[in-house]
Write a protein that binds this ligand. Structure first.
Ligand SMILES: [Zn+2]
Ligand SMILES: [Zn+2]
Length: 277
């Protein structure tokens, strides 16, 4: 896997790429804008120029705010689509190679099938209006309740619904998979997860989020934690990092941004496999 970190956009867009430079990673993930500040054309073009000079291979842009893309509530969903369109426009402006999004919950009284259909419509509409050309990566979530995308089956159904209309693939988050009930703490569990991902998603896995978790197994809770220091541990993560078929797939750390933590987590990942670069 091609390792990268999730950059801290709150410090300013001009400092985002510095994180890839500092850690010598070929991949990076960022949010499309920081709170209360949407970058203008000048900021976007200087970001692209700096990225070209740096030679950063893969830039993922993660959605900041699009919570109701699968909602049956027309006005709510329309608002989410408008936000998504704006974020995708910024992702294009940043030169993002792919855009990561969660499906969100379906509405009370509705079901997953209807939610998936609405989500696909929402995303297709936003992509069409935004000018973003990279693939949309749908991320697995901790699942539970009405949340769509906790299972690999959900992701496969979402991608089937989406791919007729837009370029789409999957992003697999290890902490979310753990919370959704995939036993990633053991080598056997990780291998079962890979086998299932192959069967359901084939070559449509285009990114990983590499996180340990403090949450209990199958708890549907999210609590990203430093690699090897949470409940997942390193045995399963090592199996994922050793997979040849994912050698060129970006793997982003979304672990807590404490001082020195990114460097330490990258060191841990790199020590697990020569394929973790
Ligand atoms: Zn995410
Ligand atoms: Zn994630």
């Amino acid at each position: 896997m091609i390792l990268g970190v999730h950059a801290w956009v709150a410090r300013g867009l001009d400092r985002v790429l510095g994180e890839a430079r500092e850690h010598e990673t070929s991949a990076l993930q960022t949010l499309p804008y920081r709170r209360h500040h949407v970058p203008g054309a000048d900021e976007l073009s200087s970001f692209r120029a700096e990225r070209a000079a740096l030679g950063l291979r893969i830039l993922l842009v993660h959605s900041r705010y699009a919570p109701a893309l699968a909602s049956s509530h027309e006005a709510l969903r329309a608002r989410s689509v408008r936000h998504l369109t704006e974020e995708l426009r910024l992702a294009a402006g940043l030169g993002g190679d792919a855009y990561v999004v969660h499906a969100g919950p379906y509405s009370p009284g509705s079901d997953a099938e209807a939610g998936i259909r609405l989500f696909a419509e929402s995303v297709a509409r936003a992509v069409g209006e935004s000018g973003f050309r990279g693939p949309v990566l749908v991320e697995n979530v901790p699942g539970g309740g009405r949340r769509i995308g906790g299972s690999l089956e959900d992701l496969a159904r979402i991608l089937d619904a989406l791919s007729a209309r837009v370029a789409a693939a999957a992003c697999l988050d290890t902490a979310h998979a753990w919370a959704a009930g995939y036993e990633l703490s053991t080598a056997e569990g990780a291998l079962r997860f890979v086998a299932r991902a192959h069967r359901l998603l084939g070559d449509r896995v285009r990114a990983f989020h590499l996180n340990d978790s403090r949450a209990l197994f199958h708890s549907h809770r999210e609590s990203h934690w430093h690699l090897g220091r949470g409940r997942l541990g390193l045995e399963g993560l090592k199996v994922l990092l050793e997979r040849e078929e994912y050698a060129d797939v970006p793997a982003i750390l979304e672990t807590p941004k404490e001082p020195g933590a990114d460097a330490e987590n990258l060191k841990v990942a790199r020590a697990l496999s020569r394929l973790a670069r």
